[in-house]
Design a protein around this ligand. Structure first.
Ligand SMILES: CC(=O)SCCNC(=O)CCNC(=O)[C@H](O)C(C)(C)COP(=O)(O)OP(=O)(O)OC[C@H]1O[C@@H](n2cnc3c(N)ncnc32)[C@H](O)[C@@H]1OP(=O)(O)O
Ligand SMILES: CC(=O)C(=O)O
Length: 527
């Protein structure tokens, strides 16, 4: 299959998503990453919309990209004025972008309702806006907005709008499923009709309202489309755009199409996470191809089989997109899960070793009480060490007390914790306050232990999640606390369960500190 050009609109349509906004500096950084990953066109924004997008086009001119072209976005001219008087078209030219993309109406209903102009006049808008830009810009693309809905409503008129774009000189006409409700079989049939009418190369731009954006893009490529528009992680207006993180491997691995190199595709997971990070959003762990769970195996039958051959439960090798196979441990585990985890932690276990069965039974009993080890791999590693007798007790908590006090209804509550620990025969008794009882307990515990283990100063609490487990007993039901801690080298998760939230937090905090001390000892890190 021939080359499919990738056109990324994360910086324009991506920012039309609720919760997503990028600073100009973020946009420049993302543009560099997209360029490194082999994206052919990067739509930087709509310069006629806001000063930030104008600045992006000014600033990106000073940057050196290895291959990507920068595209500016806008609409056809407004009615009743000539293109040279249209501020939007003028700012597109002033952007000095490598390419320009304008959208225009294909659907008679939109012309009547959104533009409120005669159908013929819309054809003029499309034709002369493109003609004007074509004379001034290196490359002009035409986004045929609502094309599929327009075609279904009035095929003759929808095709006429494309003819106007072709006559105006568009280098590529992009068929848009703007409302995102088109089905894959409709895309295939309509693209065939378009190919019989226009000879300009075609592109596709789909939205995900019917959950078919990726499928629709793939079908369009199968039907001969040569440009695919989409966004990283599928960010975009309403339910989002076609997700390039899924489209790229689908094109390369499944369809044998050329788009980016193998090395560039291996950066896809990193690119996905980079964009989440700059958007200040947590990555979607269940995202196909690049998510943490995309190649994570939980069922014992699956884990046993993938160890015999990964293709038994993986549709492709995760390394191709920079991802990895993961094995989860839960009450759905069998011996294979435990053995795989042991290997990951450099622990020697045999499937026939009674310890393996003991660990498996412990896990199932603990999960039954509400523990969950999927996000708490550090607690699981400690559990294995306890079963194997390799767990070392670095300290002993003799006791603790947490006080939460509100002295006046207008005052913030005060939290204070005192703790007594024993390390190698020495007793340490400390107190600390905190923004809440758990924070106070964490501060007191670390204050007591830092004297003996100064590296604990590096440990930070990154995430704290509390889940009330369904028991139907109101405040007497069990509480599960999941903590994510980290130091300069890595992050790790621990878990605690109790009917008392402080006790559950305490268990997770103790595991976190014990994990850090074990790991430092094993890696030879200085106290
Ligand atoms: C399918 C898509 O995703 S298209 C991209 C959508 N993205 C955005 O809208 C984000 C950026 N937009 C903006 O900053 C603003 O909407 C602007 C600056 C572009 C325009 O702002 P305003 O002039 O205040 O117009 P408003 O936002 O109300 O939009 C309606 C106007 O757009 C016009 N319009 C809509 N589509 C088109 C089109 N394809 N060609 C020409 N004009 C169009 C309408 O006719 C209407 O103009 P009118 O009020 O003179 O009749
Ligand atoms: C152009 C565009 O963003 C759309 O039609 O959805």
């Amino acid at each position: 299959m021939s080359l499919v050009k990738l056109y990324d609109t994360t910086l324009r349509d991506g920012t039309q998503a609720e919760d997503i906004s990028f600073l100009v500096e973020d946009k420049i950084r993302i543009a560099h990453k997209l360029d490194e990953c082999g994206i052919h066109y990067i739509e930087g924004g709509w310069p006629g919309s806001n000063p930030k997008d104008v600045t992006f086009f000014k600033d990106i001119k000073k940057e050196k990209l290895s291959q990507a072209k920068i595209a500016a976005f806008g609409s056809t001219r407004r009615a009743k004025i000539t293109p040279d008087k249209d501020q939007n078209l003028r700012t597109l030219v002033a952007s000095e972008a490598d390419a320009v993309t304008i959208f225009g109406k294909s659907w008679d209903f939109q012309v009547h309702e959104a533009l409120r102009i005669p159908l013929e006049e819309n054809l003029e808008l499309i034709f002369d806006s493109i003609e004007y830009l074509k004379a001034r810009m290196p490359e002009v693309f035409y986004d045929a907005e609502h094309f599929f809905d327009g075609y279904k409503s009035n095929p003759e008129y929808a095709l006429k709008t494309l003819k106007a774009a072709e006559q105006g000189g568009a280098a590529c006409i992009i068929l848009c499923d703007t409302n995102g409700g088109t089905m894959p079989y409709e895309v295939a049939a309509i693209v065939e009709k378009v190919k019989a009418t226009v000879s300009v190369p075609l592109g596709i731009h789909t939205h995900n309202d019917g959950e078919c954006a990726v499928a629709n893009s793939i079908v369009a490529v199968q039907s001969g489309i040569v440009q695919v528009q989409g966004t990283i992680n599928g960010f975009g207006e309403r339910c989002g755009n076609a997700n390039l993180c899924s489209i790229i491997p689908a094109l390369k691995v499944k369809m044998g199409a050329q788009c980016v190199s193998d090395a560039q595709m291996r950066q896809l997971r990193e690119l996905s996470r980079y964009v989440y990070e700059l958007a200040n959003l947590a990555p979607n762990k269940h995202q196909p191809y690049v998510g943490n769970s995309a190649f994570a195996h939980k069922g014992g039958v699956h884990v046993s089989a993938i160890q015999r051959h990964p293709e038994t439960y993986e549709h492709m090798r995760p390394e191709l997109v920079g991802n990895t196979t993961r094995v989860l441990v839960s009450d759905l585990s069998g011996r294979a899960n435990i053995l795989a985890k042991a290997t990951e932690f450099n622990i020697n276990l045999d499937s026939k070793d009674p310890v393996t069965l003991e660990i498996l039974e412990d896990i199932k009993a603990m999960e039954n009480r509400g523990y969950q080890f999927e996000g708490a791999e550090a607690s699981f590693e400690l559990l294995m060490k306890r079963a194997l007798g390799t767990h070392r007790k670095f300290f002993q908590v003799v006791g603790f007390r947490v006080i939460d006090e509100k002295r006046h209804e207008d005052e913030q509550p005060l939290s204070e914790a005192t703790i007594m620990v024993k390390v190698g025969g020495k007793i340490e008794h400390t107190a600390a306050d905190g923004t809440g009882p758990v924070n106070a307990l964490d501060n007191a515990l670390r204050k007591a232990l830092e004297k003996f283990y100064p590296k604990l100063k590096d440990v930070k609490l990154h995430d704290y999640k509390v889940r009330v487990l369904p028991a139907g007993q109101g405040t007497a039901s069990s509480i599960r606390v999941l903590i994510e801690s980290g130091d300069k080298e890595s992050r790790w998760g621990t878990v605690g369960v109790s009917s008392n939230v402080i006790e559950a937090s305490y268990q997770a905090l103790i595991d976190s500190i014990e994990y850090k001390l074990h790991r430092d000892e094993e890696t030879g890190a200085k106290k």
